[in-house]
Design a protein around this ligand. Structure first.
Ligand SMILES: CC(C)(COP(=O)(O)OP(=O)(O)OC[C@H]1O[C@@H](n2cnc3c(N)ncnc32)[C@H](O)[C@@H]1OP(=O)(O)O)[C@@H](O)C(=O)NCCC(=O)NCCS
Length: 176
């Protein structure tokens, strides 16, 4: 099954390698510099060993085995995966009590596809499917912009900030 918002939708983004130029044929111009990104929430297509290798290869210190990764995502109420040619290039998930609180976790984009809006698309898809009064995510100052665009704010500035990790919260309100 696809994400509510991105119902197996392909989004095209500029290829990160800007040296790849379009080519002209007799009746069309081919833009090899456009990458098609497929967003789904289906876990059945995910090879957890490949995803784990991608996490570690991108520098994430993730101690979960492939089996544990599978459990984390399968038991989450919200999920979004980004794929390029069947390779996982993005993940996001949410754990929710379906009433008051939901927590977003494992927001990750493959380094090759960063700053193309992949995480923004995945977080947007998650928020569309969450109907709790509050949504939270732990993040660092570097990634704050990813969440503030959706109305997240630092939950409590008085809290001791360990390793500069903030808890940010999205107050009730419709997603624009
Ligand atoms: C954080 C992460 C998921 C962002 O993924 P992404 O697909 O590149 O994010 P987007 O392209 O949707 O960026 C959305 C906004 O987030 C902010 N942002 C993302 N990466 C940033 C960076 N390196 N520096 C500063 N701001 C950044 C910006 O405000 C950006 O908007 P802009 O590109 O218009 O300036 C990605 O860098 C990642 O996987 N990091 C490692 C995993 C991690 O630490 N995840 C924890 C997230 S809480």
């Amino acid at each position: 099954m696809a994400c509510a918002l991105f119902s197996h939708q392909f989004l095209s983004v500029a290829h990160p390698d800007s040296t790849v130029k379009p080519t002209n044929t007799s009746d069309q111009t081919i833009f090899p510099n456009l990458v098609h990104i497929l967003y789904t929430k289906d876990t059945s297509d995910i090879d957890w060993h490949v995803l784990r290798a991608a996490f570690i290869g991108s520098g994430l210190r993730d101690g979960r085995s492939a089996m544990q990764l599978s459990q984390s995502f399968n038991k989450s109420q919200g999920r979004c995966f980004a794929h390029v040619e069947n390779m996982p290039v993005g993940t996001a998930r949410a754990v929710s009590d379906r009433t008051q609180r939901a927590y977003i976790a494992d927001v990750w984009t493959h380094p090759t596809y960063r700053r193309c809006g992949v995480a923004t698309s995945m977080v947007h898809a998650l928020l569309k499917g969450l109907f709790t009064q509050h949504v939270y995510v732990f993040t660092t100052p570097l990634w704050l912009g990813l969440y503030t665009q959706f109305g997240f704010e630092i939950a409590d500035r008085q809290l001791p900030v360990k390793s500069k990790t903030y808890l940010v919260e999205r107050a009730p309100g419709p997603l624009e």
